[in-house]
Design a binder for this molecule. Structure first.
Ligand code: ASP
Length: 297
């Protein structure tokens, strides 16, 4: 069977960042070509994307609304139904590697302080993922909000309810606001893996969790293929997107059509992107620009 490696740099990320996705896909290809499986390849690609400060995952993750806190979400799933995830993990370099260690436990998802302590127990050193780019992105986001609420957004939900959300989720800023990363791999033996890793969106309360660490929402994998999603997490969760698209693959719908149908479930105002690999094909789809790469071998 031909292998396929798909990587993305987030719904609404500029095509100019696709070089980072290409490098990540090449790292995954090196793993496959030296005998590694889909899981190892997907992790290698995701680590490379997390380490690229242009993307909102690992180094370069978004700051929460308080302008100080970084909480990251990541997950990984394989076609033999193994799954591991962390949510709101702090001060680690590569959340996806911690998610992979969760696969070795009886649990699926570990969150918050528990996730950070679990990482330390596994030997992951303390690391500050804050970048100047994330600081200025946060400053621009705050400037954009000025005058739209009259409370303390960091601690109080009420002022958020006055916000014109549709405008804010799509506010024009450069670089763009999301840039989550993910990978999907089919190896030569027909095994699949999918990953997601994110610093979340821009306007986030502390403790907010998106789709990325939720099985069936941000990622899903099974014998028929693998799916990774990116975009507005709350909207992706509402549509149970990754599992919905996977089910179409299982019904025999081609990867490209399944990906397009997945994107079509969202109104135009919601950013969304998908990586999809099936036994026979693969597809990348988004309703925005999306930095991405595909290697088929
Ligand atoms: N899905 C991510 C989240 O909502 C963000 C993204 O994909 O850009 O946390």
């Amino acid at each position: 069977m031909k292998y396929a490696i798909l990587t993305h740099g987030g719904a609404a990320s500029p095509h100019a960042h696709s070089d980072g996705c290409v490098k990540a896909a090449e790292a995954a290809r090196d793993v496959l070509e030296s005998g590694g499986d889909a899981l190892s390849a997907a992790l290698a690609a995701t680590v490379m994307l997390e380490d690229d400060p242009r993307f909102n995952a690992g180094t370069g993750s978004n700051l929460r609304f308080d302008g100080k806190t970084i909480e990251m979400d990541a997950s990984v799933m394989t076609s033999d139904a193994r799954f591991g995830a962390v949510a709101c993990i702090e001060r680690v370099k590569n959340p996806v590697l911690v998610a992979a260690r969760v696969m070795e436990t009886p649990h699926l998802l570990i969150v918050g302080d528990g996730a950070t302590s679990f990482a330390r127990a596994c030997g992951f050193d303390a690391y500050d993922p804050t970048t100047e780019g994330a600081r200025s992105k946060h400053a621009r986001a705050m400037a954009d909000l000025r005058g739209q609420g009259d409370g303390d957004f960091a601690t109080d939900v009420a002022p958020w309810q006055k916000i014109d959300w549709p405008r804010l989720w799509n506010f024009a800023s450069e670089p763009p606001i999301q840039d989550t990363v993910g990978a999907v791999v089919r190896d030569g033996q027909g095994r699949f893996a999918a990953t997601a890793s994110t610093g979340g969106t821009v306007y986030m309360l502390r403790g907010r969790v998106g789709d990325s660490p939720l099985m069936g929402c941000g990622v899903y994998a099974g014998p028929a293929g693998a799916v990774a999603a990116t975009g507005v997490g709350e909207e992706i969760v509402r549509r149970f997107l990754a599992k919905t698209v996977y089910d179409w693959l299982e019904e025999g719908i081609p990867a490209a059509r399944a990906a397009q149908r997945g994107i079509a479930k969202f109104p135009e105002i919601v950013d969304v992107g998908l990586l999809v690999a099936s036994r026979e094909g693969q597809a990348i789809a988004s309703n925005r620009n999306m930095a991405s790469a595909l290697i088929v071998g």
